[in-house]
Every structure is written in structure tokens, then in C-alpha cells.
Design a protein around this ligand. Structure first.
Ligand code: HEM
Length: 520
């Protein structure tokens, strides 16, 4: 206790008068209580910023920032010339490491993370994913069929959150290996794959916000607890049963057969990475990539019910989306979704989805970064090296100075048109689009070097899914359920009833797909 008191009294945060509750500056248990017991740390952060302003002392070694204009200070791009001033991911992210191979998501060293990301990011780009468009349509089609059979035709209330998981997991498997595991058609998590991933999220989510997590859990302990869950997910996904050599054979079989699919891209990416990091276990590395795709899908599938809830509970927005989609036949096409000079052909649908993700950014924790050797200036305060600075998307995305007085309201229109005062940054004197302005300040997908690699994946999936749902179904939320927050948001028991819209029939269009190989 005395040690803590001395640390508090000596703290540069206290000496500079950085505001925040006493307990937060005194002990890490303050945050751990909200993150791990009451599961609403994201909400507490919003309250703290409302009370104390844009810079708040939230843990003995950490300061939270909510001003979007400071985003570029904390989250910029790394290169070898910027070693002195780059902010690497905070150490606590390493609690997500539990097998022995390189994993760029939880990697805190910027140079290593950069290599991993370069090797793997192209397949996740809009262009890369366009080659796999038929899989997005197959997943939407399977959802429409399964949802109609299990929910609409039986007139039962169903868990929208579960259906969002089925859709995203079917989609992830299709994109990766060219076949689906059929969760939407079954209407259930038949083999417990979703459960396995949730277990991982629960443990990692409990550890990341706790600054002493690395002291209480070594990689070996985490591996002992979690690796079997990861292996369960992987073997469900690619259908291997008989140990390492069968696993390798399946990876090669899937990759050889479908070179455009993500498994082949993971294999190619890992070959490049292997040249730089010769040590390690190749199949574990592929397992990590497989983990990202399902973990990202889990993030997205917890956001999706919220997006649907926002849209269906605002009739004006729903009608406007339907109006925009009125002339469209068949699946929503990639050519309508992809961006040319920053614009897509379905701007209102896109704005509604982005607006829901602004107000409901899904990541439960702040994205911590370690202050580099030259320290860091945040307005009038100086944070010395080694301390952690972080932003929470929940607090940042509703900053009134940046997003306007109505920042807490759901208003898709804010994404459209031009900014009334700002000019584009291309010297043309042209006004800046609102979309460009908001993108530069919001934080739902992170920012800079470690920005979400799955942003386009999410956007394409959501545009196709939401567009199809809005056209085909009337959905009534009969019970909003509840939401709790660990590493990410978890939407539970969001109960809906649905009917087929009178003026449409579910669009079960023929999807032309290349030959797929079915898992054993
Ligand atoms: C609504 C959906 C999603 C949201 C809100 C979201 C949000 C985020 C955020 C905030 C980060 C930054 C983490 C940090 O800076 O510490 C991130 C990183 C990442 N996301 Fe997503 N994500 C979503 C979907 C996905 C999907 C579908 C994938 C699937 C591939 C994915 C893969 C990743 C990866 C691999 C990273 C790590 C990037 C890096 O460390 O360089 N995400 N995501």
C-alpha cells in the first residue's frame, strides 16, 4: 500500500494535475473492476471524459484521450526512421499471445508487426476481396434460406446475435476455404466452434485491460488454457482430425485448389514471413491467421445486431435505405459497394451502417500505446516514455467539438455531402467531404499503422447482408437483450421476430461459384 502511495505521489500525472478520479491514479484495480467485474469500462470511460475533459488519468501508468484531433499523435505510421517517436502497441496486448509462433495482431514490436501486416493485408483489401464476391453472396443466400426456414416460417422469436454469428462464420469459412460449414442452414452452432472462440475472447478479454496480466499469466499458462479451443476451431474449420501431418495436408489441399481464397493467401504470406523469421512453427502460424479471420468475424458479428437494431428502430432511415435500393435486382453487387474516388453507389446504406458503427464501435477496451523514448505532448501535458496512452472509440466517436452538438444521435446524413468549412487537403480549394472529415477523426476501426485489416471485409459483408435483410424482411426487435463488454462488445439475447415483406420474396439468387472442395 505504501509503495502504491509513493507511486501515486511521485507520478508525473499527479504532478502536472492531469485530471481523473483518485482511485484510478492510485490503483490498476479501478479499471479492472469495470473491465472485468461490471463489464462496462467503455461506458465508464465516456463518463470520465464527460466529467474530466479530453485527457484523463485512468490508471497509475495510463492516460486516456478522447479528442479526435490527437488521434494522429498516438496512432500514426511506423518506419525505421521514426523509431524514436513511434508509439508501439502497449505490452498488455501480449496477453493475446498464447502459441509459439509470430502473431502480428498482438505483436507489440512495430517492425515485426509491419512485416506481418504487409505480407497479409492485400487479400483483405477491397480489390482482393472483390475476387471472392460470390462467397459473400453465397453466405447471404444461406442466411436468407436458413432464417426463412427456422425463424420466419415458424413465427418464432430468434436470437439475432446468434444468427449474426452463423452468417459471419459461414462467410469466413467460405472466403478462406471455398465451402461453408452450414451454420445458417442448420440454424445452430452445431460443433461448438462459436463457443470455442468465445472462450478465447473471454479469457484474453479479461486479461488485456489488466496491466499486471503478463505477471500473472505466462504464455505457457495461456497456451494450456486456450490452445485446445483454438485447435477445435481450426479443425472444425478445415476438417482435419489426425494431427499435424493431416493438418498440413488439408492446408495444402485447400490452398492448391483455390488460389484466390484466403487460405492460399495465408500460406503464401507465411512463406514470406518465414524467410524473415525462420524459427517457429509453420502450422501454428497458419492457425494464427485462421484465428484472425474468425476473431474478426466475431467482432463483426457482435456489431451486426446493433447495426440492424439502429436501422430497424428508425423508420425514416429504413425507408430511405429501401428507397435507395428500390431499383436494384438480385444481390447487392460489389460494383455498387466498391469506392471510386471515395464514393460508392449506395451512399445512404453505407452511411447508415457507418453511423451505427460510430455509435456502437464494438471494441470494449481502449487501444493502448506505449509512449516512445522522446515522450509525448498532449495539449498542455507531457507524458514521459514508458507510460501508456490510449483512446477508446466509445468516447472519441462522440466528441462534440469534432462531430457536432448532435454527436450522440443516430443521423446517417452526417456522413453525406461536404463539410461546411473544411477544405480538401489536395490544394484544389475544393470542400472536404464529410466522409473524409469523419474518417479522419472517428476510431471504430482504430487508426494508422495498426488500423483494422478487416475493415473492407466488414463493410462488404454488412452492405450485402443489411441490404438484403432490409429488402426481404420486416424485423421487429421483441427484446433488446443485453450487451456486455470485455475485449469486445458481446450482444446477448437480442430477440427478433421477422416476416417476409409483402412486396418482395426473399431473393435466393443463383450464385455462380468456382468449384469448391468440401471439408472432410
Ligand atoms: C465491426 C467489425 C470490426 C471492428 C469494429 C474492428 C475493429 C478493430 C480495431 C479497433 C482494431 C485496432 C486494434 C488496435 O489498434 O490495437 C482492429 C484490428 C484488427 N482487425 Fe478488426 N474490426 C472489425 C472486423 C474485423 C474483421 C472482419 C477482421 C477479419 C479479418 C478483422 C481483423 C483485424 C486484424 C487482423 C487487426 C490487427 C491489425 C494490426 O494489429 O495491425 N477485424 N480491428
Amino acid at each position: 500500500m505504501l509503495k502504491r502511495l509513493v507511486r501515486y505521489v511521485d507520478s508525473p500525472m499527479r504532478k502536472q494535475g492531469i485530471p481523473g478520479p483518485f482511485l484510478a491514479g492510485y490503483t490498476s484495480w479501478y479499471r479492472a473492476f469495470y473491465a472485468d467485474i461490471t463489464h462496462n469500462w467503455h461506458d465508464k470511460l465516456v463518463q470520465l471524459h464527460d466529467e474530466y475533459g479530453p485527457i484523463v488519468w485512468i490508471a497509475p501508468d495510463e492516460v486516456s484521450v478522447s479528442d479526435p484531433k490527437l488521434r494522429g499523435v498516438l496512432y500514426s505510421f511506423a518506419d525505421e526512421r521514426r523509431e524514436e517517436s513511434f508509439f508501439p502497441k502497449a505490452k498488455s496486448f501480449e496477453t493475446g499471445l498464447f502459441n509459439n509462433d509470430f502473431n502480428f495482431v498482438f505483436e507489440t514490436d512495430p517492425a515485426r508487426a509491419r512485416i506481418g501486416k504487409y505480407a497479409l493485408s492485400h487479400p483483405y483489401s477491397e480489390k482482393g476481396l472483390a475476387k471472392l464476391e460470390h462467397h459473400f453472396d453465397e453466405a447471404v443466400q444461406a442466411f436468407t434460406e436458413g432464417f426463412t426456414e427456422h425463424v420466419v416460417s415458424t413465427n418464432t422469436a430468434a436470437r439475432l446475435n446468434a444468427w449474426a454469428h452463423f452468417f459471419m462464420f459461414d462467410l469466413a469459412t467460405l472466403l478462406m476455404s471455398g465451402y461453408s460449414r452450414g451454420l445458417c442452414l442448420d440454424g445452430k452452432d452445431s460443433d461448438g466452434a462459436i463457443r470455442a472462440l468465445r472462450d478465447i475472447f473471454n479469457v484474453v478479454g479479461a486479461l488485456v485491460p489488466v496491466s499486471f496480466a503478463l505477471k500473472i499469466s505466462t504464455k505457457a499458462i495461456r497456451k494450456a488454457i486456450l490452445n485446445s479451443r483454438l485447435e477445435h476451431l481450426f479443425s472444425w474449420s478445415i476438417g482435419y482430425q489426425n494431427g499435424e501431418s493431416h493438418k498440413n495436408a488439408r492446408i495444402n489441399e485447400v490452398s492448391d485448389k483455390l488460389p484466390n481464397n484466403l487460405m492460399a493467401k495465408f500460406r503464401a504470406g507465411e512463406k514470406k514471413i518465414r524467410k524473415l523469421f525462420p524459427d517457429g512453427n509453420w502450422t501454428e502460424a497458419i492457425t494464427n491467421n485462421v484465428f484472425f479471420i474468425y476473431a474478426g468475424s466475431m467482432v463483426a458479428s457482435n456489431a451486426l445486431p446493433m447495426v440492424i437494431r439502429y436501422i430497424y428502430s428508425d423508420k425514416r432511415v429504413l425507408d430511405k435505405i429501401r428507397e435507395e435500393l428500390a431499383g436494384y435486382e438480385g444481390p447487392i453487387k460489389m460494383s455498387e459497394i466498391a469506392h471510386v474516388n471515395g464514393h460508392c453507389n449506395l451512399p445512404y446504406l453505407e452511411a447508415a451502417i457507418l453511423e451505427a458503427l460510430r455509435l456502437n464501435p464494438t471494441f470494449g477496451i481502449s487501444l493502448g500505446r506505449t509512449v516512445p523514448s522522446i515522450g509525448c505532448k498532449l495539449n498542455e501535458f507531457f507524458i514521459p516514455r514508458g507510460y501508456v496512452v490510449s483512446m477508446s472509440p466509445w468516447a472519441t466517436n462522440i466528441d462534440k467539438d469534432y462531430f457536432g452538438e448532435d454527436a450522440r444521435e443516430f443521423r446517417p446524413e452526417r456522413w453525406l455531402g461536404n463539410h461546411p468549412t473544411e477544405l480538401a487537403k489536395d490544394d484544389s480549394g475544393a470542400p472536404r467531404t464529410m466522409r473524409n472529415y469523419i474518417e479522419a477523426g472517428w476510431f471504430s476501426f482504430g487508426a494508422g499503422a495498426r488500423v483494422c485489416i478487416g475493415r473492407h471485409f466488414t463493410e462488404i459483408a454488412f452492405m450485402k447482408f443489411v441490404g438484403s435483410m432490409v429488402r426481404n424482411f420486416e424485423v421487429e426487435v421483441v427484446n433488446p437483450g443485453y450487451v456486455w463488454y470485455g475485449l469486445i462488445q458481446h450482444a446477448e439475447d437480442v430477440m427478433v421476430k421477422a416476416t417476409v415483406r409483402e412486396d418482395t420474396k426473399p431473393a435466393v439468387e443463383e450464385v455462380v461459384a468456382p468449384e469448391a472442395i468440401v471439408a472432410n
